[in-house]
Design a protein around this ligand. Sequence first.
Ligand SMILES: *[C@@H]1O[C@H](CO)[C@@H](O)[C@H](O)[C@H]1NC(C)=O
Length: 537
Amino acid sequence: MSSGTGAVGWRKCRYPPGQNLQLFLFLLCRFGFVNGQIRYSIPEEMRKGSFIGNVAQDLGLDLKRLRSGRARIVTGENTQYTELKADKGILVVNDRIDREQLCFDTMPCSFSFEVILETPMELHQITVEITDINDHSPTFKRENILFEISESALSGARFPLTSAEDADVGTNGLKEYFLTENDHFVLKQHSNADGKRYAEMVLQKPLDRETNPNLLLKLIAVDGGNPQRSGTVNINITILDINDNAPVFNQSVYKAAVTENSPRDTYVITVNATDADFGPNSIVRYYFSDLNSGSNDLFKIDEKSGTIFIIGSVDYEKDKKYELQIHAKDQGGLTDSSKVIIDVMDVNDNAPVISVMSFSSPVSEDSPPGTTIGIINVKDLDSAENGQVSCRIEENVPFKIKSNLKNYYTLLTYSILDRESVSEYNITVTVTDAGVPPLSSKRTFNLKISDVNDNSPRFLKGVYDAFVFENNLPGVSILVIKAKDPDENQNARISYILEESRVGGGPVSEYSLSYNGARSPCTAIFGHHLFPSHRFF
Ligand SMILES: *[C@@H]1O[C@H](CO)[C@@H](O)[C@H](O)[C@H]1NC(C)=O
């Protein structure tokens, strides 16, 4: 606990208060009238009353001499660290001795005082060396060290750290630092000229804000005492963003469908790209590729929201599908690409169109059923049901329509025609598609039936009776006869011929026929049996 030592060269004189005594002691001290010197060594922070050394024994004085000489301590200090127990001849601790307070970092640390005895006067110098105990931990002045480090910082970048203070000295003083184990930084330790230890972090592996925007490390300072003491400071590292991430579309292909003829500003789809960077580096703008020739006039992309709208007229009959290349770009010019496939849905916006391939009019009334009158072609630009057409004839007429080939229809006669009953037909062909609502087109064919000489002329009466007065002059009109033929033109032209026979004993040639006008009935001037007859060509 304590040890007496012999006189050493080191000496420090302290002077008690009191003018005369001070001067006296000064002289004694100055000229070396000091009878003896002892040196003790004790650790700091010992309890009051702890034994320092046996002064009587070490000075070779007996207890009687101590008593008779009124042995006492004289010191210039205000604090009386030690007490001389004259009855036992020992020196004990009187007050708390804190090495750090007494000497700060001076080594070794000691204080001296004199033991004075009277009659005769003796002056003995006692030096007490205070050895350090590890009663202080390394401490940091701050609780947190804040760093803002760009994620672009290169390996090898150095970041000096606050050093810790340990009031203890020697091995009890600050020994080394430790840094929380981490992937990015290693600790480098240094000592400056006066032996103070400090540390710095060295970046070993680049930082990535997107993986970890904050790093929380601890710097631990330890001393060399036993038991060891330590102090800790938090190192709070905020990683600053650089634009090291390109935007990324959340889909490699976007699919949308729009109906054709949709009005301007119809919503199509919203695309989205995210950028892992922070702040302005993460702001993404959307735009179409220049490669989308043509379709860029039909669609518009909102550069901020990524929403795609229709701005032109989308026509299914022109394009059934659009493929738009899109880009996303951040402020730093990093980009990503994706595509949008827009299916156009058909709307029944096209009526079927009828084209006449051939049509023959007139048609002879003796044409057999099944005779082809015409061929039409029907086209509907729409697709699926919207483009599926059916063809029918509106009127109740002896014609039918038949399709042998897709989109081609044949107009046929259905039954026997008779010009004399109906000489002309208006045949309306209607084509209708299967869309909802359906669209249709009509075409009217005016078909004339040409005549065939299939009717004989007929007299209006089976027998004509006439009375004539005898002794007529030749040329007297006897009667008017009339025949009709329902055929047309030449086929209806009637000639009247008197059949060769005898009438009343005379030949029929004694009579003659005369026509009242070109096509009027015939007047028999004279004669008996009359027969209408056709003129044939
Ligand atoms: C056919 O249509 C034409 C023109 O509309 C019309 O003059 C004619 O009388 C019609 N014929 C029949 C038989 O309906």
